[in-house]
Design a protein around this ligand. Structure first.
Ligand code: ADP
Length: 334
C-alpha cells in the first residue's frame, strides 16, 4: 500500500474512528457542503421528520463516511453502514431495508457499484418507503409489498456523474466534496495531533499538510509516520525539520509525490525529453504495468499540473521540469 494512497488501509480503519469529527461544527473545511447540510438537517428536525436523502460525491479520504456519521449524530439517529459492492442481490438490500429502525441513517458507500436489480429496488424504497419482495420463481412468482419505516439514505460516490439519473434525482441534497486547501489540512492535523497526544507546531503541521495531496486521510496517515520518527529520532516534538526528515525517509516529497510518481516524471523528462510519449512506452521505461502508471500515478500528476494527457501521448509541463530541478531542452514540447 502506498503511504500517499487515498483508500483506507487496515491501520487507517483502526485509528480513523478515534479521529472522526463528531459534529458539523467540528468538521473542517467544505464550507458550502457543511452550510447546506446544516440547513437540510435543521429543517428536518424542526419538522420532526427524517432528513431528505443525501448524496455525497468526492474522492476517497475527503470525509464522506465521516459526514454520514455526523448526519446520524445531528439527527440523533442510529446509522447502518454498508457499500454497493456488498449488495449483490436485491434480496440483500431488502434484508437491510426491512430491518431499519424509524429515522435510521443508511450509509451506502460506493453506491454506483450496486447491482442493477438492487438499484431498482432502492428507487422505490427511497421514494415511497416501500419495497416489493419477490417470492418464488418463474410464472408463479409473486411480489409481496413491504412497508418500510422512514429512513435517510446517505449515498457516497467518487463521481455523481457515475449514477444513473433516476437514482441521482431521488436525492434531496447533493454535496460535492472538494480537495482541502493546505490551511484546512493544517487544522485537521492540529486536531488529530491533539487526539493522538502528539506535540506539533504550526510549521510542522504546514510541512505535513503540503505533502498530503489535499486529503485528510493522507494527512492523518503521514502524521502517524512523522510521530514515529519524532519518537525514535527525537524527543517526540514535531516541527518542520522533523516532519521533512521523516517524510524524506518515506520518500514523500514536498508536493506529496512518492517514488512511483517521481519515477514516471523522471522517465518522461530524462528519457523522452518531456514527451509526447505513449503510455505503454512510458510504463515499460519505469518497469510498471500500464494500469499502474495510468490509474495510480497519473491522476495526481495531472491534477498537480505536472503531466498532461494529449492525443499524441503524455507530455510534461514546465512545472514538471522545475519540480525535479531539471532544465527543459530548448525546444521542449509542452
Ligand atoms: P471517505 O469516506 O470520503 O473515504 P472518511 O470520512 O473515512 O473519508 O475520512 C477519512 C479520515 O479523514 C477520517 O479519519 C476522518 O476523521 C478524516 N477527515 C475527513 N474529513 C475531515 C474533516 N473535514 N475534518 C477532520 N477530519 C476529517
Amino acid at each position: 500500500d502506498r503511504l500517499v494512497g487515498a483508500s483506507a488501509d487496515g491501520e487507517d480503519q483502526a485509528v480513523e474512528a478515534a479521529l472522526r469529527p463528531k459534529s458539523l461544527s467540528e468538521f473542517v473545511g467544505q464550507e458550502r457542503v457543511r452550510e447546506q447540510l446544516d440547513l437540510v438537517l435543521r429543517a428536518a428536525l424542526a419538522r420532526g421528520a427524517t432528513s431528505d436523502h443525501v448524496l455525497l460525491s468526492g474522492a476517497p479520504g475527503l470525509g464522506k463516511t465521516t459526514l454520514a456519521m455526523i448526519v446520524a449524530a445531528e439527527m440523533g439517529a442510529p446509522i447502518r453502514i454498508t457499500s454497493g459492492p456488498a449488495i449483490q442481490h436485491a434480496g440483500d438490500l431488502a434484508a437491510i431495508l426491512s430491518s431499519l429502525q424509524e429515522g435510521e441513517v443508511l450509509f451506502l458507500d460506493e453506491i454506483h457499484r450496486m447491482s442493477r436489480p438492487a438499484e431498482e429496488m432502492l428507487y422505490m424504497a427511497m421514494e415511497d418507503f416501500r419495497v416489493d419482495v419477490i417470492v418464488g420463481k418463474g410464472p408463479g412468482a409473486t411480489a409481496i409489498p413491504l412497508e418500510l419505516p422512514p429512513f435517510t439514505l446517505v449515498g457516497a460516490t467518487t463521481r455523481a456523474g457515475l449514477l444513473p439519473p433516476p437514482l441521482r434525482d431521488r436525492f434531496g441534497f447533493t454535496g460535492h466534496m472538494e480537495f482541502y486547501a493546505s490551511g484546512e489540512l493544517e487544522r485537521v492535523l492540529h486536531r488529530s495531533a491533539q487526539l493522538l497526544d502528539v506535540e506539533i507546531d504550526a510549521e510542522g503541521a504546514a510541512e505535513i499538510a503540503g505533502r498530503s495531496r489535499g486529503t485528510p486521510r493522507i494527512a492523518n496517515r503521514l502524521l502517524r509516520r512523522v510521530r514515529d520518527y519524532a519518537q525514535v529520532k527525537g524527543d517526540g516534538f514535531v516541527n518542520r525539520e522533523v516532519a521533512a526528515a521523516a517524510l524524506g525517509v518515506y520518500e514523500v516529497d514536498e508536493r506529496g509525490l512518492d517514488r512511483l510518481d517521481r519515477a514516471v516524471l523522471h522517465a518522461l523528462l530524462k528519457l523522452f525529453s518531456g514527451g509526447p510519449v505513449g503510455l505503454s512506452t512510458l510504463a515499460v521505461a519505469v518497469g510498471e504495468e500500464r494500469e499502474t502508471v495510468e490509474e495510480v500515478a497519473e491522476p495526481f500528476l495531472v491534477r498537480e499540473g505536472l503531466l498532461a494527457r494529449t492525443p499524441r501521448g503524455r507530455v510534461a509541463t514546465p512545472a514538471a521540469w522545475a519540480h525535479l530541478g531539471l532544465t527543459a531542452p530548448r525546444h521542449a514540447p509542452g
